[in-house]
Design a protein around this ligand. Structure first.
Ligand code: GLV
Ligand code: MN
Length: 195
C-alpha cells in the first residue's frame, strides 16, 4: 500500500523527519549488511500488561531497512487468557500466522459482520485493511503470533485507548452519549486507561 521505491534501498535516517510517508536515506557509504537484519523479534515480549499481551513491532521505526519497502512484521505474545485488544491499522491489511498456542482471531467488517476462528500453530489469518480485529489466547499455555503488513508503518488505533485514554480526554457528554450510558460508567472506563 505504501509508495513504490525508486531506489534499490533507502535505509531510514530516523533522525530526520519523514516526508511523503518515508524517511530520508542514510548515506549509502555508511550502509552495511547489519542494516538489513533485525533481531528485535527474537525475544518474547513482556506480557505483564493489563491485557496480558505484548506487541513487538518490526516496522520502519524499529527496523530502518523497511523504509520505502511497504512491508513490516510484528511479534505478538499472549499470556494464557491474554488478548491483543480490538484495534485497526489505518494504512495496512494484515496477515498472520500462529507460531505457538491456540488463538481466537476475529474481525468486524464495515457492515458490522463478525468473522472469527480459533487457530493452532501454522494456521494463518487475513485482516482486510482498516478493519477492527483482535487476537485472544484461548489455550492454557503461552501463545505467539507473527503478523505481517503491506505498510512499513501500518499505524495502530486501539479502540479502548482511542476513546478512553486520550490526552486531553474527550468530553464526558460525548462518550456517555456515544455509548448511551451515564458519566459514572465513562469515568470508570477512563480510570483504567489513564485519561
Ligand atoms: C496484530 O493484530 C498486530 O497488529 O500485530
Ligand atoms: Mn493488528
Amino acid at each position: 500500500a505504501d509508495p513504490d521505491p525508486l531506489l534499490d534501498f533507502c535505509i531510514a535516517d530516523l533522525s530526520s523527519s519523514p516526508s511523503f510517508s518515508s524517511f530520508p536515506c542514510k548515506p549509502a557509504s555508511n550502509v552495511t549488511s547489519e542494516d538489513f537484519f533485525f533481531d528485535g523479534l527474537m525475544e518474547e515480549g513482556n506480557t505483564s500488561t493489563i491485557f496480558g499481551s505484548k506487541v513487538t513491532p518490526g516496522n520502519v521505526l524499529t527496523f530502518p531497512a523497511l523504509n520505502m519497502l511497504g512491508l513490516s512484521m510484528n511479534r505478538v505474545d499472549l499470556a494464557p487468557n491474554g488478548m491483543n485488544p480490538p484495534h485497526s491499522h489505518p494504512r495496512s491489511s494484515e496477515s498472520g500466522v500462529v507460531i505457538t498456542g491456540k488463538v481466537l482471531v476475529g474481525f468486524v467488517t464495515t457492515g458490522n459482520v463478525y468473522y472469527s476462528k480459533v487457530l493452532v500453530p501454522g494456521q494463518m489469518f487475513a485482516i482486510p485493511r482498516g478493519l477492527v480485529h483482535f487476537q485472544k489466547n484461548v489455550g492454557d499455555k503461552k501463545a505467539a503470533i507473527i503478523t505481517s503488513f503491506n505498510s512499513q508503518n501500518p499505524g495502530t488505533v486501539i479502540i479502548s485507548t482511542t476513546l478512553f485514554g486520550t490526552q486531553p480526554s474527550i468530553p464526558d457528554h460525548v462518550l456517555s452519549q456515544t455509548f448511551q450510558v451515564d458519566s459514572s460508567v465513562v469515568h470508570s472506563i477512563e480510570s483504567k486507561f489513564g485519561s
